[in-house]
Design a protein around this ligand. Structure first.
Ligand code: ADP
Ligand code: ZN
Length: 218
C-alpha cells in the first residue's frame, strides 16, 4: 500500500508516520529528510537545496524529483511507501503519479491532516529534533531531558534551522498557496481522507489506523 501524508508543516505527519511504521511493513520517504541529508553531506544538490530551505521556499521540482527517484529505486520500497512531504504542488503530484504508474503502482490513500494556523505555529516554535538520529521532541508536549540529550541515542537535541518564526510563516504561506490545492486534486480521484489534526498523537493515529485497515481489507 502506498500512502501520502498531506498536511501543513507542524501538522504531525512525521509523528503519524512513526506510528504507522510500527504496525506495517512500509518505509517512510520524507523529501525534507532526504534534502537535509544531502545538505549535511554537502553534495552539490544538497547545497543548492539548502538555499531554498533556509528561506522556507520550495526546492525546485527537478531537484526534488531526482533525489526522490534515487530513493524509490531502493528495494525496500516494494512493500509500500509512506510519502511525507512529497508532493507539495500539483506538478509534483502529476510526476509522482507518472513514476508510480510506470512501475504498475499507485497512491492508495491520501491522509490529509488538518490543523489551525495558530496550532501549527506554536508547535513548530516549540519543536526540537535530535541532531544525530532525527527523533522529534517538543518543549511543551514531549520535552527531552533537562540537558537536551536525546533519550534514544544520546545525541544533542536542537531546533531545526527553518523553525524560526519568519521562516515558519513563509512555509505556512507556501503550504496554503502550493500544497493545499492538492486536496482537490486527490479528492477528485477518490483517495482523500481528511483528519482533525488538532488532537493528541494517539487520538489522531486511531483514525489513521482505522482508515488504513479499512483500505487493506478491500
Ligand atoms: P515541513 O513539512 O515541516 O516544512 P520538511 O522537512 O518536509 O518540513 O521540509 C523542509 C523543507 O525542505 C521545505 O521547506 C522545502 O524547502 C524543502 N522540501 C521538502 N520537500 C519538498 C518538496 N517535495 N518540494 C520542494 N521542496 C521540498
Ligand atoms: Zn537521537
Amino acid at each position: 500500500m502506498n500512502i501520502l501524508l498531506l498536511g501543513a508543516p507542524g501538522s504531525g505527519k512525521g509523528s503519524q508516520a512513526e506510528q504507522i511504521l510500527k504496525e506495517n511493513p512500509f518505509v517512510q520517504i520524507s523529501t525534507g529528510d532526504l534534502l537535509r541529508n544531502a545538505l549535511a553531506k554537502k553534495t552539490p544538490d544538497g547545497l543548492l537545496a539548502g538555499e531554498y530551505m533556509r528561506k522556507g521556499d520550495l526546492v525546485p521540482d527537478e531537484l526534488v524529483l531526482k533525489i526522490l527517484k534515487e530513493r524509490l529505486r531502493e528495494p525496500d520500497c516494494e512493500n509500500g511507501v509512506i510519502f511525507d512531504g512529497y508532493p507539495r504542488n500539483v506538478a509534483q503530484a502529476e510526476m509522482l503519479d507518472g513514476i508510480l504508474k510506470a512501475d504498475g503502482k499507485k497512491l492508495d490513500l491520501v491522509l490529509n491532516i488538518e490543523s489551525p494556523f495558530e496550532v501549527l505555529m506554536a508547535r513548530l516554535l516549540s519543536r526540537r529534533v535530535c541532531s544525530k538520529c532525527g527523533k522529534s521532541y517538543n518543549m511543551i508536549s514531549n520535552p527531552p531531558s533537562a540537558d537536551n540529550i536525546c533519550g534514544v541515542c544520546g545525541g544533542k537535541v536542537i531546533a531545526r534551522e527553518d523553525d524560526r518564526e519568519d521562516v515558519i510563516k513563509n512555509r505556512l504561506e507556501v503550504y496554503t498557496s502550493s500544497t493545499k490545492p492538492l486536496r482537490d486534486y486527490y479528492e477528485s480521484r477518490g483517495v482523500l481522507f481528511s483528519i482533525d489534526g488538532d488532537r493528541k498523537i494517539p487520538e489522531i493515529y486511531e483514525d489513521v489506523k482505522m482508515i488504513i485497515n479499512r483500505k487493506g481489507k478491500n
